[in-house]
Design a protein around this ligand. Sequence first.
Ligand code: SF4
Length: 91
Amino acid sequence: MNDFKPKDQKNPSGPVKVQNYKVWVDRNLCIGAATCIAVAPKTFQLDKEGKAVILETADKEMIETIIEAAKACPVAAIFIEDEKGNRIFPK
Ligand code: SF4
């Protein structure tokens, strides 16, 4: 469970570039519900503090799946913007 690599070691919860999108988790909001991990297991994992981090394999996940994960988060802690800085989720 703890054998995972964040995309950015210094900012494990982002913001990081995933494909042409910017994705991050607000660690203050995240309650470790792990719904995002169930929906998008290549993108999210929980760290030792029970907060979601963004994995280096995130680029292998379809962006639609990552958006689904963001929508599924009970506290809307996952943020996604496109390359122009337009907010994809939450709106
Ligand atoms: S679904 Fe939301 S609250 Fe749960 S681990 Fe993911 S980001 Fe955190």
